[in-house]
Design a protein around this ligand. Sequence first.
Ligand code: AMP
Length: 113
Amino acid sequence: MTETIFSKIIRKEIPADIVYEDDLVLAFRDVNPQAPVHILIIPKRPIVSIAEVTPADTELLGYLLLTVARVAAQEGLEEGYRIVINTGKDGGQTVFHLHLHLLGQRMMTWPPG
Ligand code: AMP
């Protein structure tokens, strides 16, 4: 996989507003927030997108969702939130390192844009 800006954030080569980190995952605030709370949760292992995952990633994918719930609780999102995983060109993905968007503290609309 080619290097992305998120690899540099993982290596702390560029700054980010990190809200959670452990050996497997990193969570940091989106630089262009689409909601009062907008956090990206990424695996440290470089995975391009959901379209590229393999059975070897099963546990990590579950752990990413657990991390979303942990960060949402940390952010006080008791009223709910939305998780978005843009995948590929038509999915609106612009950074090709798997990331889950956690959006909250406002009412979400449906259908999404
Ligand atoms: P996506 O369009 O789903 O690939 O989302 C990529 C997200 O990364 C966008 O919401 C960007 O605002 C966000 N982003 C890009 N560069 C940075 C950065 N250096 N720090 C934080 N968020 C970023």
